[in-house]
Design a protein around this ligand. Structure first.
Ligand SMILES: [Zn+2]
Length: 268
């Protein structure tokens, strides 16, 4: 049993490593947007910020979410178990988690206090797979209470939650990537999941463009709320945040101090 679990984990890890390596290579071979900065310092910085986020998740969100998910299964509560706990219930719980994240993402843009932290992610002047892990570690902690609400309402059990996490990680790496897919394939995929072209528009400095394409996994939520946007083309997008401090807040230390300065607030 232990051998089978170890084998499965090793296979998943090998698959994830190969997929991430393939993605990093592909976005270099077929770039979607022109890069504006030196890549190596960006990659190192984003990876370091990602490691801090992973540590924060491991001590806050993950154990608490797992505990709520276990209780969901024990007490047979929430959407998943309300629908019988079988495949339809698991799919509904998975979608509910994904929709909950759409709502959270909108909140991180609309609530000035949350935007201070989410802005650290958007300040990256280039957008690629490394941006997917560039967050303020406190952003991970701040999202924990809402994540617990998501897990409780979805009634998701631990195995299904684990699948949603894997899907979510794959999705954020994919849609932040600078991978130029054939236009028709990107368009077809965007009917179901968030694509690099979709998310590139969300990282625009232009407010109306940034206030669109908030989905982070399944893209249906943007169609549902009429926040889906297919234009402008990627070459016309200036990636980043249009405020006087955005350049200063790119490096690690200023990025982590930025939320505690007043100047990061969005003009509403
Ligand atoms: Zn955002």
């Amino acid at each position: 049993m232990l051998f089978r679990v170890t084998l499965r984990r090793t296979a998943l890890f090998a698959f994830a490593t190969a997929a991430i390596g393939g993605l990093l290579l592909a976005e270099r071979l077929a770039p979607l947007r022109r890069r504006t900065r030196k890549q190596l310092p960006r990659l190192i910085r984003n990876a370091a910020m990602g490691a801090a986020c992973q540590a924060a998740i491991m001590v806050s969100e993950a154990p608490l979410s797992n505990a709520v998910a276990q209780r969901n299964a024990r007490r047979r509560r929430g959407l998943q178990h309300g629908l019988g706990g079988g495949i339809p219930g698991r799919i509904a719980a998975f979608l509910a988690m994904d929709y909950g994240f759409y709502l959270w993402h909108v909140a991180t843009h609309k609530a000035p206090f949350l935007w201070r932290f989410h802005r650290v992610h958007h300040v990256d002047p280039d957008l690629d797979a490394s941006t997917a892990v560039r967050f303020h570690f406190l952003d991970m902690v701040l999202s924990t209470p809402w994540r617990l609400v998501q897990v409780r309402i979805a009634g998701i059990d631990r195995p299904t939650l684990q699948w949603w996490r894997r899907f979510f990680l794959a999705s954020i790496l994919f849609h932040h990537s600078n991978l130029r897919l054939p236009r028709n394939i990107d368009a077809a995929l965007s009917r179901i999941v968030t694509t690099p072209r979709m998310h590139g528009i969300h990282h625009s400095q232009v407010r109306a463009e940034m206030d669109s394409n908030w989905s982070s996994g399944i893209s249906w939520w943007d169609y549902l709320h009429r926040t889906y946007r297919a234009r402008p083309p990627q070459y016309a997008i200036a990636i980043g945040v249009d405020d006087a401090q955005s350049d200063r807040d790119v490096p690690i230390l200023p990025a982590h101090l930025a939320p505690f300065r007043m100047a990061g607030d969005r003009k509403t």
